[in-house]
Design a protein around this ligand. Structure first.
Ligand code: PMP
Length: 388
């Protein structure tokens, strides 16, 4: 719809390009592209120049608009890839009672629920029982079965990810129930980074004409950063990959120092460094199979404070009318900091993971009201430039 609103006159014979539809001078439409089903809407997302950040830094800051996937995030890509991989391996058969299980309180559940409906499977999502009601409602309205699990540590067998794994194997060991169970396992399932290697990376390469100096993004499962970087580095050996990391995540130390210790431990105390953050979806304290894909891909890391990401989220609305979620704000802080560090004239690509609409009750509540007299704070004032 966005593209369709831009009517461009292509030549003097009054041929117009309107989105994917070619219009001739007498308004005769020629069918050029129909996307088939919800699956057909996944991927091929636009690459957007973020004008405010580009103007303020002198670099071209480009963002892959993953929130324009039909389920609202990049997780559509991996949900589809995980399901298609399992189909190819004979682990899922449509309309035969098979159930896809996942432990997630984030966007992956929404994407899986959507894909499962479209392809004839049931989705069973385990999540902590303090997950916001909006998210639970959304999953239920998409037809997923939702199982709320009391919050527990990752080593506890009742923890929600472990619960999803257990539910899948319970189903597979019970001959009396119809249909098999598949544990989607987004953190360890390598269909995740491969989806970004096969699609997101090549799309960025084509959309930029191969002119990318830096790729900046955060990591949750690590699938996005690994898949995109692995593809782009094969094409562009000089590409720098920069991790954007929120408070409390161990990945920053892993990239900077090679080990996932925290600052307190490095300074000689064994006290566990518990840091809370308003950012959802990125930051983790272990190295997943999707982050570590067998070769070092990440060259540098930038720690982003909540204060910076809250200010960035507001800045993007004020200057660009762009309403993003918390992980996108982290990405944009890191992209802007890196741009100021390397100086003007470079092209930096980052990811718009999802919309602010998914983050109203936590992150955007902390941003506070936007409107009336906008503060229009300069970019440099929202970045703590000593912390790059
Ligand atoms: N942003 C959001 C909102 C997410 O849910 C996630 C995934 N958990 C990410 C970013 C990070 O992507 P990845 O899992 O590919 O590292």
């Amino acid at each position: 719809a966005l593209v369709a609103s831009r009517l461009t006159r292509e030549d003097d014979d009054s041929t117009f390009a309107r989105g994917g539809i070619q219009m001739t001078g007498d308004d005769e439409a020629v069918k050029t592209e129909v996307r088939v089903g919800v699956e057909g809407l996944i991927g091929n997302t636009p690459l957007m120049k973020v004008k405010s950040l580009s103007d303020a830094t002198g670099c071209e800051i480009l963002a892959k608009v993953e929130m324009m996937n039909p389920g609202g995030s990049a997780k559509d890509r991996i949900a589809l890839a995980i399901v298609e991989r399992a189909e190819a391996d004979g682990l899922l058969r449509p309309n035969s009672g098979d159930v896809v299980y996942e432990g997630t309180s984030g966007s992956t559940g929404i994407s899986l629920a959507m894909i499962c409906r479209a392809k004839g499977y049931r989705a069973h999502i385990c999540l902590p029982d303090d997950t916001s009601t909006e998210k639970v409602d959304l999953l239920e309205k998409l037809g997923a079965e939702v199982e709320k699990v009391p919050p527990a540590s990752i080593v506890d067998k009742r923890q929600y990810v472990n619960q999803a794994r257990a539910r899948a194997s319970e189903r597979n060991s019970d001959d009396s129930v119809e249909g098999r169970g598949l544990f989607a396992d987004q953190f360890e399932n390598e269909a995740n980074w491969k989806a970004h290697y096969d699609h997101t990376g090549p799309e960025i390469y084509k959309q930029t004409g191969g002119k990318v100096d830096v790729f900046v993004t955060g990591a949750g499962t690590g699938g996005t950063i690994s898949g995109v970087s692995r593809y782009l580095k094969q094409k562009l050996p000089k590409l720098k990959v920069v991790l954007a990391d929120p408070p409390g995540s161990g990945l920053y130390n892993k990239v900077k120092y090679g080990v996932m210790f925290d600052i307190m431990e490095r300074e000689g105390t064994r006290r566990r460094h518990q840091v809370d953050t308003l950012v959802e979806g990125i930051g983790i304290n272990r190295v997943t199979r999707n982050f570590d894909v067998g070769r070092p891909l990440v060259d540098d890391a930038i720690r982003v404070t909540d204060q910076e990401s809250l200010a960035m989220a507001r800045f993007l609305v004020e200057h660009d009318g762009l309403f993003v979620g918390s992980s996108t704000a982290v990405n944009c802080v890191a992209a802007a900091k890196y741009a100021l560090k390397i100086g003007p004239g470079h092209t930096i690509v980052t990811i718009i993971c999802d919309s602010g609409a998914r983050h109203l009750s936590k992150f955007w509540k902390a941003v506070g009201p936007v409107g009336g007299e906008l503060a229009a704070v300069p970019l440099e004032d929202i970045l703590n430039l000593s912390s790059t």
